[in-house]
Write a protein that binds this ligand. Structure first.
Ligand code: SME
Length: 163
């Protein structure tokens, strides 16, 4: 198995290590499901204070649940609905300190209080979103958005159809 080395001296270093680990785990593997599964597992293991992390994939114009860690979740999310649907429709990261204040937030788990959703874009098209939920209000900050955007950019060519 891969030798995972994660230091957590500060969030920037943590995200650098997470990016390197996910790069090593997915490089050369053509199966997108396997790559999303390992990415979700690594983020779940090393990011503190999460109650859900995983992917929704764009399938025939709507978001469909992909590999994740956490409780069973909503399966299909229409574009423009909730935090995930907004990230997918706008192709912009959604950093929500308090989901109760986000109009249309979809409560898959009532414990979720903060959410970060990063679009995965390939060739100008949103092919998936990476969704992180936390029970801690204000859990996600700019450093989390930047770190997850780098991971999404890395995965963009590694989570689609088999190459
Ligand atoms: N809360 C999300 C739905 C997905 S779950 O959190 C896993 C949303 O509003 O899009």
């Amino acid at each position: 198995m891969h030798d995972i080395r994660i230091a957590a001296a500060d969030p920037e270093e943590l995200y650098r290590d997470l990016l390197g680990t996910i790069d090593a785990l997915t490089a050369g593997e053509p199966d997108g499901v396997a790559n999303m599964a390992n990415a979700a597992a690594v983020l779940w293991q090393y990011l503190p204070d999460l109650n859900w992390v995983g992917f929704y994939r764009m399938v025939d114009g709507e978001l469909v649940l992909g590999p994740f860690q956490g409780k069973a979740a909503c399966i299909r999310i229409p574009l423009g609905r909730g935090v995930c649907g907004t990230a997918a429709a706008t192709a912009r990261t959604q950093l929500v300190p308090d989901v109760h204040a986000f109009p249309g937030h979809i409560a898959c788990d009532v414990a979720s209080r903060a959410e970060l959703v990063v679009p995965v874009v390939r060739g100008g098209v949103v092919i998936a979103v990476l969704d992180l939920d936390s029970p801690v209000p204000g859990r996600f900050e700019a450093v989390d958005a930047a770190g997850c955007e780098a991971i999404a950019a890395l995965l963009a060519s590694r989570i689609g159809e088999r190459r």
